[in-house]
Design a protein around this ligand. Structure first.
Ligand SMILES: [Zn+2]
Ligand SMILES: [Zn+2]
Length: 318
């Protein structure tokens, strides 16, 4: 099958990659739409030391597996857990020490003609949600994880740092609580895309009015420092960016102001699908380019450019 693989930091489109192996616990899924994520770009630069088929954002159709799933349009939780350890028994599959992660850690991803996925990870996509929306389920779930971890109500003032894909999704997820959300970024054109849902600012004009909750989604090393400087005493900083570089910052403000620092990764896929189904968030406004799978290398070049938001891949453009 055709597959986009990363090998020693090199991206390569293979025409004859071995087909995935399926057993009674897995289903074979043919992706119909795939999203390029910043994590994919980082994996190319050596993050996680990954090699194999790249990609974890997708929607697809089950072509082999249990009868009740055949022909179904699906998305899937990207963490493949062992389902046998203490963490899994406690319902914490995202932290299973034996887990593999699709397209990120010891499991092939979705940038291919087909991918093998544990049946227990599959979620059916409601008919009302298009492929171009469903492909956002994974990053949107990561955004909704914030609400699993931090109690945010209507009276809370929340700042999201970063106007990239993740920042704009986090802002929209938080805005579903009715909280007042401010997004800080460099690009008015990006902030404008969700202007009807949140308040966007370019210059950091919030000095002197600290926020109850600050979500750091800049993807930069400096983001955490800005987040700590923007939160009120006893406030909460949620760290969404995975920055591979080492941080160098003073932790004293965290102690003095008793700031709660929360790391935040993968989230509830069902909640993300529900939000797409109910129109609580707008993801279509984040799509900049759609490429045919055969143009995947070119698509990656576009995805890596400054100011570009989501780039999608499809087996073929109709
Ligand atoms: Zn992603
Ligand atoms: Zn486990």
């Amino acid at each position: 099958m055709r597959a986009l693989i990363v090998d020693s930091g090199q991206l390569r489109l293979e025409k004859h990659y071995p087909d995935p192996v399926v057993d009674e616990t897995t289903a074979l899924v043919q992706p119909t739409c795939m999203g390029i994520c910043d994590t994919d770009l980082q994996l190319l630069r050596g993050y996680m030391d990954f090699s194999g088929v790249l990609g974890h954002e997708f929607v697809g159709v089950v072509c082999q597996g249990p009868e009740e799933w055949l022909g179904k349009r699906v998305v899937a939780d990207i963490n493949f857990a062992c389902q046998a350890c203490d963490w899994c028994a406690r319902g914490q599959q995202h932290h299973c020490p034996q887990r593999t992660v699709m397209g990120i850690l010891n499991a092939n991803g979705v940038f291919a003609e087909s991918v093998a996925i544990p049946v227990s990870n599959l979620l059916a996509v409601p008919d009302s949600v298009s492929d171009d929306q469903a492909v956002f389920t994974e990053p949107l779930a990561a955004a909704f994880e914030i609400l699993e971890q931090v109690s945010i109500g209507k009276t809370e003032r929340v700042l999201v740092l970063g106007d990239g894909k993740l920042g704009l999704l986090c802002a929209q997820a938080v805005a579903t609580t009715g909280a007042s959300v401010t997004v800080w970024g460099h690009h008015q054109s990006k902030l404008d895309r969700i202007a009807d849902r949140v308040h966007g600012v370019i210059s950091p004009d919030w000095e002197g009015r600290p926020f109850d909750v600050v979500v750091e989604a800049t993807g930069t090393r400096e983001g955490l420092q800005s987040a700590i400087a923007s939160v009120r005493p006893k406030g909460t900083v949620v760290l969404k960016s995975t920055v591979a570089d080492a941080h160098q910052l003073s932790l004293a403000p965290i102690v003095i102001d008793e700031i709660l620092l929360v790391g935040s990764r993968c989230g509830p896929f069902q909640r993300a699908l529900q939000a797409l189904d109910h129109g609580e968030v707008d993801v279509n406004c984040l799509v900049d380019y759609i490429f045919e799978f055969d143009q995947a290398i070119e698509a990656f070049e576009h995805a890596g450019r400054r100011g570009v938001l989501k780039v999608l891949l499809k087996p073929e453009l109709k």
